[in-house]
Each structure stands twice: as structure tokens, then as C-alpha cells.
Design a protein around this ligand. Structure first.
Ligand SMILES: CC(C)(COP(=O)(O)OP(=O)(O)OC[C@H]1O[C@@H](n2cnc3c(N)ncnc32)[C@H](O)[C@@H]1OP(=O)(O)O)[C@@H](O)C(=O)NCCC(=O)NCCS
Length: 201
């Protein structure tokens, strides 16, 4: 884990839990409260289609290859969302935190939680696509030991943890929070990723 323990800054009431289909209204409410630029940073697209796709993925969550987490406040209100989708043990993650709750370590906590689940469920790699100017998201990833790969012509970077390689290189390597530099692919098309592809009309 990072030196700063995320939960310590959030008070007793904050927790991260798996989301279920019953959370559909809560997640829709969270999306409504998100800022436009934050949604763009999350989806790489404007409009409601990616929000609907995100809501649909709730029904597909299996806790292993398709993971959806909610960060909830003391009163149970959803204030943050995190997910990964894995294809052949390569998992892509994305995060979002309501504007009023940013900068308190929730992003770090969510990514740490996703990483733990990815390790436990046998994923070989966890990576995320981030706009190159999204300093907050890049800091979150770096804080969890992700390496930052070179961006492509669409001004994105890929942050990665190569879980299987890390484990193979050194079985004693801590599986979360360790900073390890491993070469990663440099080109990536956001339109072809699991979490940034918009459903067609
Ligand atoms: C990215 C996001 C999830 C981070 O959530 P968060 O709860 O604020 O994250 P944390 O509080 O754990 O960490 C934020 C980090 O960014 C830093 N930060 C915040 N705003 C910043 C800014 N404008 N410039 C530079 N750094 C910034 C904080 O200091 C902190 O860094 P530190 O841990 O080294 O101190 C949140 O900003 C968000 O929802 N953004 C919109 C959606 C998005 O961009 N998703 C990422 C795509 S996967």
C-alpha cells in the first residue's frame, strides 16, 4: 500500500464494496452528479451512451473478470465508482469520484481495491487508459505502483501493473503498492478498449 493510508483520511463511514444490479439507481445518481469534464476524462467521449454502457456493466459483474466497486459514504450514498473488465486475464480499469470528494485518497483506495481483486482472481495485468493531461488520475496510478507508458496520437497514456511478470520475477514482491518498472506496449486505440468503446446506435 502507499505510505498514505487512504481510508484514514475518509472517516469511519467510508467503505468500498462490490456493486450489484440493485445499485443501478445509486450509480445513475452518481453519474448525474458527475461534472462534465470528469465524465469526459472517464469515458473519452461526451453524451449519455457511455454512461448507459457503464450502467449495463453492473449486470455483468462477476467479481472476477468483470468487477464493479462503489465507494460509499457514511450514509450509504454512492460517491465513487471503479471497475475493471478482463479479457484473457488482461484487465482494464477505470475510476470516477464525485468532484466534492476528490483529493482525499478515494481514487487511491479504489485502485488499491481493484488491484487486490485482480491479484486474487489471477489476472496477469491491470492497466488503464488515461488522458495525458489528467494529472490526478496519473498520480493515483503512480501511487499504486503503476508504470506510465508513452501516449499515442490521441494524447493518452497507459498505466500498467504486470502482475504475473512481477510475481514471476520475484515471488516475494508485494502485490500492491510496489513500484516496478516493466516495459509496456506504447500504442493503444481508445476506441478498441473494453471501457472506452461506445455502443453503436
Ligand atoms: C482521477 C480521480 C478518480 C482521482 O480521484 P481522487 O479521489 O481525487 O484521487 P486521490 O485523492 O486518491 O488522489 C488524487 C491525486 O491527484 C492529485 N491531484 C488532484 N488534482 C490535481 C490537479 N489538478 N493537478 C495535479 N494533481 C492533482 C492529488 O494531490 C493526489 O495526488 P497525491 O496522492 O500524490 O497527493 C478523480 O479525479 C476523477 O474522478 N476524475 C474524473 C474521472 C477520471 O479522470 N477517471 C480516470 C480515468 S481512469
Amino acid at each position: 500500500m502507499s505510505a498514505r493510508h487512504p481510508w484514514a483520511m475518509l472517516g469511519e463511514g467510508f467503505r468500498i464494496r462490490p456493486a450489484t444490479q440493485a445499485d443501478h439507481p445509486a450509480l445513475a445518481g452518481l453519474i448525474r452528479q458527475m461534472d462534465k469534464s470528469g465524465l469526459y476524462e472517464r469515458h473519452f467521449a461526451h453524451g449519455d451512451a457511455p454512461n448507459q454502457a457503464l450502467l449495463q456493466r453492473l449486470a455483468e459483474a462477476d467479481g472476477r473478470d468483470r468487477v464493479v466497486l462503489l465507494g460509499v459514504g457514511a450514509d450509504g450514498t454512492a460517491i465513487a465508482h471503479a471497475e475493471y473488465v478482463s479479457v484473457a486475464t488482461v484487465a482494464e480499469f477505470a475510476l470516477m469520484v464525485l468532484p466534492a470528494w476528490r483529493g482525499r485518497g478515494i481514487g487511491q483506495a479504489l485502485l488499491a481495491a481493484l488491484l487486490e481483486i485482480a491479484v486474487r482472481s489471477g489476472q496477469s495485468r491491470l492497466h488503464g487508459l488515461i488522458q495525458a493531461g489528467n494529472t490526478a488520475a496519473i498520480r493515483v496510478a503512480r501511487g499504486q505502483g503503476f508504470t506510465v507508458g508513452i501516449g499515442d496520437e490521441r494524447a493518452t497514456v497507459i498505466v500498467s501493473r504486470h502482475i504475473a511478470q512481477e510475481r514471476a520475477a520475484d515471488p516475494t514482491v508485494p502485490q500492491t503498492g510496489a513500484s516496478i518498472t516493466i516495459p509496456i506496449p506504447v500504442r493503444h486505440d481508445p476506441d478498441r478498449t473494453a471501457l472506452h468503446r461506445c455502443p453503436g446506435p
